[in-house]
Design a protein around this ligand. Structure first.
Ligand code: FAD
Length: 476
């Protein structure tokens, strides 16, 4: 082939014109994900409806050496489903069926476009749920979660996506269909499903996911704890973990976030609260009651101002909605914000928090902090006005310093949002050349021609220099 219209004609033969978007106006929707700094418009977006169509599309694109990028709901925060090298986006949103629910063996088989929360809603009637619960769970897809190895507030007790995946059907970048794992938690041979989870769309396209379903806890104890300072909140987190209690969730927010939450949800947060901790304990009543007492005493020891318990299902739901929509609520207090995602060892949280506030001061920026405190996973949200160029530049500088601090404290670059485009140039600060080479060799086993989601994760000379000059626009 082929010029562009011939390619579209071939794609049309596979999925019909109604499943292809190629007009400039409509393609704008796909120019970025949740990371809106860098934009790159794909040449077309295709919407296959089943595995066979994905295979045929991938075979065609692979034969014609056209790069392609899988995309779920586009809620990613590291530019993972953006197309800096051009090419075609393969959107999996029309593959949104739950294919099987096995209540006896507690697993489900879902297409990649199933929205995370829809799966839990569907199996609730059987007393089950799908435990990984990113804050974006009302929109993001299970396929995107697999690619990013997503976590969420309940990761502390239940683990991240990789702990819940039994098997995957994957269309490799040459169009071959393979199956990794099995519906039994432990399958024979290498754990290739485990290798695939977290590969950020660079190893192939997942078209079927067999995932674990977890029984709903018998009871919950969910409460807010208010502290005058952030330090008191963080010290409490360390004390709770040291006590041996593993809460289902242990989430912290500082006063900047509280201001936004109050504006959005009217939670009647005490005016002098400097931070709040959301604690959720779950399980059998016999366990939850004594654990609540232990956690309360840790809080009191660290100067908790007050507690507020969710006493009804509605109150618990309201509380979690507020937490999960906290990022969105920031829109009440700032025109734009940039969410970072870094990890430090839990013991370093107090020092890291101090560093974040120093960085904010240095660059004259406001930084609001929401974090999965129990995991040491921080989400500093830098508030700014994108119309202000100087401030936007400061945001990039501050963000670099934040990530560098995470590495210096013995942490890592991402807890859950992935490397994507955003952090690829930081990879060689964290990994040696040999480590990076080993990872790239692994990628080449799956994706030897680098046609599947190129220009991501690795700071190759090509990606750093060429892309930043040519295609990456204003990416970092
Ligand atoms: C407000 C907000 C809150 C968030 N909270 C959390 C959180 O608590 N925890 C968390 O982990 N993340 C969170 N995120 C980030 C994001 O929602 C997750 O990374 C999510 O898993 C992305 O899913 P998606 O369907 O939107 O994927 P997309 O953004 O469309 O894609 C993400 C990556 O997955 C790849 N991909 C998508 N589908 C497939 C497929 N079928 N096969 C292979 N690769 C594929 C893409 O190529 C891309 O690299 C949040 C985002 C927002 C905007």
């Amino acid at each position: 082939m082929k010029n562009f219209s011939e390619l579209i004609f071939e794609l049309e033969k596979i999925i019909g014109l109604e499943n292809i978007v190629s007009s400039k106006e409509e393609l704008i929707v796909f120019e970025s994900d949740g990371l809106t700094f860098g934009k790159s418009i794909p040449e077309a977006v295709v919407f296959p409806e089943n595995t066979q169509e994905v295979q045929e599309i991938v075979r065609l694109l692979s034969r014609e050496k056209v790069p392609f990028t899988p995309r779920g709901a586009g809620t990613g925060l590291s530019g993972g489903c953006v197309t800096p090298e051009g090419g075609i986006i393969i959107s999996l949103t029309k593959m949104n069926k739950i294919l099987k629910i096995d209540t006896e063996n507690q697993f489900a088989v879902a297409e990649p476009g199933v929205v995370n929360s829809h799966l839990s809603k569907e199996v609730e009637k059987f007393g089950l749920h799908y435990a990984p619960d990113p804050s974006s769970q009302f929109v993001c897809t299970i396929g995107g979660n697999v690619a990013e190895n997503s976590g969420g507030p309940h990761t502390l007790k239940y683990g991240v996506t990789s702990n819940h995946i039994f098997a995957l059907k994957v269309v490799l970048p040459n169009g071959e269909l393979v199956e990794f794992g099995s519906e039994f938690a432990e399958s024979e041979g290498l754990d290739l499903a485990g290798v695939f989870v977290g590969s950020e769309g660079t190893f192939g396209i997942v078209t079927e996911i067999t995932c674990k379903l977890t029984p709903l806890p018998k009871t919950y104890q969910t409460f807010l704890v208010f502290f005058e300072t952030v330090e008191d909140g963080i010290n409490t987190v360390s004390e709770i973990i040291a006590s041996g209690v593993i809460p289902a969730a242990l989430e912290m927010m500082d006063s900047q976030v509280l201001e936004a939450l109050e504006a959005a949800f009217k939670l009647e947060i005490p005016k002098n609260a400097g931070s709040i901790l959301i604690v959720e304990l779950d399980g059998f009543v016999e366990n939850v009651e004594p654990e609540t007492e232990i956690v309360k005493s840790c809080c009191i020891k660290n100067h908790a101002q007050s507690f507020r318990f969710a006493t009804t299902v509605e109150e618990r739901t309201k509380l979690w909605i507020a937490r999960k929509k906290a990022f969105g609520a920031l829109g009440r207090i700032t025109p734009n914000y940039y969410t970072q995602d870094g990890v430090v060892p839990r013991s370093k949280l107090p020092e890291m928090l101090k560093k974040i506030y120093e960085i904010a001061q240095k660059f004259d920026l406001k930084i609001a902090n929401i974090f999965h405190a129990g995991d040491g996973n921080l989400h500093p949200c830098i508030l700014f006005d994108a119309k202000n160029e100087k401030q936007t530049h400061a945001v990039h500088q501050a963000s670099k310093e934040l990530l560098t601090a995470c590495i210096d404290f013995g942490g890592t670059l991402s807890g859950e949002h992935g490397i994507g485009l955003e952090k690829m140039d930081f990879m060689n600060r964290l990994f040696s050349e040999n480590d990076l080479l080993a990872m790239q060799k692994l990628k080449e086993v799956f994706n030897p021609e680098n046609l599947c989601n190129p220009g991501k994760i690795f700071p190759t000379k090509k990606s750093c220099v060429e892309l930043s000059l040519k295609n990456r626009g204003n990416y970092f």
